[in-house]
Design a protein around this ligand. Sequence first.
Ligand SMILES: Nc1ncnc2c1ncn2[C@@H]1O[C@H](COP(=O)(O)OP(=O)(O)OP(=O)(O)O)[C@@H](O)[C@H]1O
Ligand SMILES: [Mg+2]
Ligand SMILES: [Zn+2]
Length: 505
Amino acid sequence: MALGRAFSVGLNAFAPRVVEVQANTSRGTPGFSITGLADTALREARDRVRPAVVNSGFKFPDLKVVVALAPANMPKSGPVYDLAMAVSIVLAVPDNKVSSEKVPSTVFLGELGLDGAIRPVRGVLPCLIEARRAGFARAVVPMANTAEAALVAEIEINGASTLGEVCRWLNGEFVLDTSAPLVDDTGPVVPDMTDVVGQSQARRALEIAAAGRHHVLMTGPPGIGKTMLARRLPGILPSLGSDDSLEVTAIHSIAGTLPPARPLIVEPPFIAPHHSVSMTALLGGGTGIAGPGVLSLAHRGVLFLDECAEMGAKALDALRQPLEEGEVRVSRRDGVATYPARIQLVLAANPCPCAPAHDVDCVCSVVTRRRYLGRLSGPLMDRIDIRVRMNPPGNAALLTEAGEPSAAVRARVVAARAAAIARWAQHGWRTNGEVPGPALRGEFRLVPAAMRPVELFLRDGRVTARGADRALRLSWTLADLRGADHPVEDDVAQALLYRDRGGFA
Ligand SMILES: Nc1ncnc2c1ncn2[C@@H]1O[C@H](COP(=O)(O)OP(=O)(O)OP(=O)(O)O)[C@@H](O)[C@H]1O
Ligand SMILES: [Mg+2]
Ligand SMILES: [Zn+2]
């Protein structure tokens, strides 16, 4: 009986864990099995690992081979363990003459091709952060993942192309690539606000939404720039801080959507699923290593739901809990997994199903109209601080010069965000959009003069208690954008106007 071992790192939902791979050989009917809560996809690794070992010129034991993955109670999936399994098997055969000296301090990540080539895998960033935490000194990763791997400091990254190279490296006969790869640091091109003509109210609403990280709804007839404006929101948002940047990158790493040459995400993501998006695509999960849903891909960024009135009631309802808690809970075969999902929601909708260019041409019945946007009402709408009703720009507006460029708007947004961060720091909130109602009415209650507009609206029944909270929350952002310490009466009065501009009570 002989034993070979190697370490890898796997993902259980979003939680990475170091996995020890042990290859045991013993007398008995020759065969190859994998134990340790391996799913079907992982068991298929046998069909890759054996040819990869043989085709790399090593001996595959002609014995009973059992590869055990520990911890045994962690569900394991995917091809990431291929390389560690192959290394442990090669080491289990003394005739292969491969040294195990570096093995205890190394993690191996990679999928194998039948010829022994090492293919890229998902989740390298979170896996290596965990390996570093667990005290590993170095990692062997697929060459195509080296730029991403290099984002993790204080762990030596070795890029490898084949199993043969890795084994010769273990023997000190080959040098794996440890150079920091060239990183393309040109960001994605975001369209500019300067393209949007007119729509000054909606532009202003978007600026306020960006500054306070408020959820926003835009309604209006087709072809007036709703989608156009929403797509320009990323250009006026502040960049992610370095911690957020790594966190967001880790999620996209697991999803397998990182561009290999530009792996670090530094700008807030903008995710725009179709209104027919499935529940799994929205929330994430599914079988195998859990894919993040669009809600998690939009973490610390923007989730844009265009034509949101066309979305199913179930999907709209599923947004509520993540909006409240900043994370998604998904039931899986092996329990409930939690994924981060702190999103800024941007909704766009036509006011009715027939969507004429001018409201007077609408052919829908009153009931149909009410029902159409009514789908959005209730607890979801309670979270939307800004509702803006857009109208067709007059012909005069279309002839006027270009709008203000994104860079100028962004500068104001960045300054306002900084003020909010300073104010809320000790409370654990980062943006005005996160501040809960009780705090707005309690500790941060405005002076009586500033509260007056809200009280008048409440007394006349023109605003609900929740609507009043939204107005107060928004008034802080208006004050931050003015560079003021706190909102005054006029900020609150203005904020109240954003309450029902979408055509909602
Ligand atoms: N305010 C505007 N400034 C400049 N171009 C505009 C404006 N509004 C609309 N357009 C032009 O019309 C096109 C359609 O606009 P957009 O897709 O944003 O409309 P929409 O309001 O989302 O309509 P729909 O309800 O049909 O989705 C844009 O690509 C742009 O060329
Ligand atoms: Mg549109
Ligand atoms: Zn209509």
